[in-house]
Design a protein around this ligand. Structure first.
Ligand code: FES
Ligand code: FES
Length: 169
């Protein structure tokens, strides 16, 4: 039987305040998927390697399988692929239900099985944002740094879509 006490955790997810009663050491990915029903972040490895769960914490990429729910504070904002169309840099999308990076993904016909794709898109948006914070455009070297695994090998189309998405953002 677990001796870790259950605590009420509160934080923001996709613009909504949530409260979750959980042991503090439960990884956020399980809280998102199993407790909150937010299944865009995918479970691939659970040990911060595959990046299938990539989401944003306060606007920057992170992997919720590697973060304990107890490490989040009330002002922390988690954004998953479900909330990406409402991000401040989504305004350039033609479809209000999509982020410009998602529109680029469709235009470049990136997905194969699709399992890694939410994480790929979240990583791509974070990379474009990081370059913009430095006052520049995304480069091939930036894209090389993305470590999200695609078992279907869609890497060429991902690269094209990231550049397309950056132009749309
Ligand atoms: S499931 Fe999070 S990095 Fe693999
Ligand atoms: S599209 Fe199948 S794992 Fe990437």
């Amino acid at each position: 039987m677990s001796t870790v006490p259950t605590v009420t955790h509160t934080f923001l997810v996709n613009g909504r305040r949530v409260q979750v009663d959980s042991e503090s050491d439960v990884r956020l990915l399980w809280v998102l998927r199993d407790r909150l029903g937010i299944t865009g972040p995918k479970y691939g490895c659970g040990i911060n390697v595959c990046k299938a769960c990539t989401s944003h914490l306060n606007g920057r990429a992170f992997n919720p399988c590697a973060v304990r729910v107890g490490d989040l504070g009330p002002d922390d904002e988690v954004t998953t692929i479900e909330g990406l169309p409402d991000a401040p840099d989504a305004g350039g999308a033609e479809d209000p239900d999509l982020h410009p990076m998602q529109e680029a993904w469709i235009a470049q016909d990136v997905a194969q099985c699709g399992y890694c794709q939410p994480g790929q898109i979240m990583a791509a948006v974070a990379k474009v944002r990081a370059a913009r914070r430095e006052g520049r455009d995304i480069t091939d070297a930036d894209i090389d740094e993305i470590r999200n695994i695609c078992r279907c090998g869609t890497y060429f189309r991902i690269r094209e879509a990231i550049k397309d998405g950056a132009r749309r953002m």
